[in-house]
Design a protein around this ligand. Structure first.
Ligand code: SAH
Length: 358
């Protein structure tokens, strides 16, 4: 049998987490089990999130043993957990099977419980204001490693009598550069009898990979889209986001508009404010012009300082002035004072430095 995640085979065993129900079906059939066992496996893997075959108590001991001999279940180990002083944000540091480290950030906002998930170890895009960009790309995560962040967050919340409500692909990495594994993970976290995170409660954030945005609509999966615009002229945006050379603002916003119309929901435009670079009144007016025809909400994110970052967070007055111009023009804009910036969990602070935390 050929499986999408066969490359993650460990000791000749096949990793089960990351497989779709249809693929689990093949295993169930091959092992001579009744077909309803697939549903039970999906429940154990993606809903209850067990990590040992022995915990699959509705399977006979012989079946559990047979599974154990041939398959593995990924269980990301948590090697660090940090809470903000305000206790509304927790950052999890996970060790991957190869020892690399990634992070997820869980946020409490009113009734929402949102997990911000990583899609790559590092990132190749080199946005100059972002800490992850400084790492370069180390490797893509596979679907199991992506979905397991969600399963961990779900177990963490359930232990407190709560449920995960939202997922944002906004952690380390550029999700559209790891398209297949990210989409597989999204479909898995969406499974009705799995973690059941609604499609409308899943948002993917991109630095502006246009072919990826176009491919998203072909997948007929109407997830939310967030786009990191961060500049109002090509010259300015190219200076901080090299990806703009390939897909300049007009090309990017045309793709965003198409996708917005496809999902019939507002998209999110992220705008990181860098003092003296993109936070002037002229920028605010240009932003309004650029976005006038796109149904969107704008998240204005004052830059979170990173080590070696040669930028400045705007003073409060500049932030307020920028936002006022945008909202006066009848666009929706909210300042996102990054949650978790005191624990290095604010946007763009997720950093490899943690790769060395024991
Ligand atoms: N690659 C994806 C997702 C990861 S970045 C993307 O670019 O959208 C998530 C968000 O954090 C982006 O909007 C990015 O512009 C923002 N960001 C990155 N570094 C930041 C920093 N130091 N301060 C504030 N926001 C930052």
């Amino acid at each position: 049998m050929a499986f999408a995640n066969e490359d993650s085979m460990d000791n000749g065993k096949i990793e089960l987490k990351g497989l779709f129900p249809g693929e689990l079906d093949l295993i169930v059939t091959k092992m001579g089990m009744a077909s309803y066992r697939t549903r039970q496996l999906v429940d154990w893997l993606y809903n209850k999130g067990v990590t040992q075959f022995d915990d699959m108590t509705n399977l006979s001991r012989a079946v559990r043993q047979q599974l154990d001999e041939n398959f593995t279940i990924l269980d990301l180990s948590v090697v660090g957990e940090v809470k903000t002083a305000s206790e509304d944000t927790v950052k999890f540091l996970f060790a991957l099977p190869d020892g690399r480290r990634i992070e997820s950030v869980l946020m409490w906002e009113g009734k929402r419980r949102t997990l911000c998930v990583s899609s790559q170890v590092g990132c190749p895009l080199d946005c100059h204001f972002c800490a992850t960009g400084k790492m370069g790309l180390i490797r893509n995560l596979n679907a199991a490693e992506i979905v397991d962040q969600v399963l961990y967050g779900q177990r963490f919340l359930r232990a407190r009598g709560e449920e995960l409500t939202n997922v944002v692909m906004m952690g380390m990495g550029e999700p559209l550069l790891n398209f297949d594994q990210v989409l597989r993970a999204i479909r898995l976290m969406n499974l009705d009898n799995g973690a059941a995170i609604g499609i409308r409660r899943i948002t993917l954030s991109t630095a502006g990979h246009v072919p990826g945005i176009q491919r998203l609509s072909k997948e007929k999966l109407k997830i939310g889209l967030a786009v990191s615009l961060n500049g109002t002229t090509d010259e300015q945006r190219t200076q901080i986001m090299p990806i703009n050379k390939k897909w300049p603002i007009s090309t990017l916003l045309a793709a965003v508009k198409d996708y917005q119309e496809y999902i019939s929901r507002r998209v999110t435009i992220e705008y990181v404010l860098l003092h003296g670079l993109n936070d002037s009144a002229d920028d605010a007016h240009r932003l309004v012009d650029l976005l006038r025809d796109i149904s969107c909400k704008i998240n204005v994110i004052p830059w979170n300082p990173i080590e070696g970052g040669a930028y400045e967070r705007p003073p409060q007055q500049a932030i307020d002035h920028f936002v006022r111009i945008v909202t006066d023009a009848q666009l929706t804009a909210t300042v996102r004072y990054s949650k978790g910036d005191d624990i290095g969990a604010g946007s763009g602070q997720l950093y490899q430095e943690l790769q060395t935390v024991a």
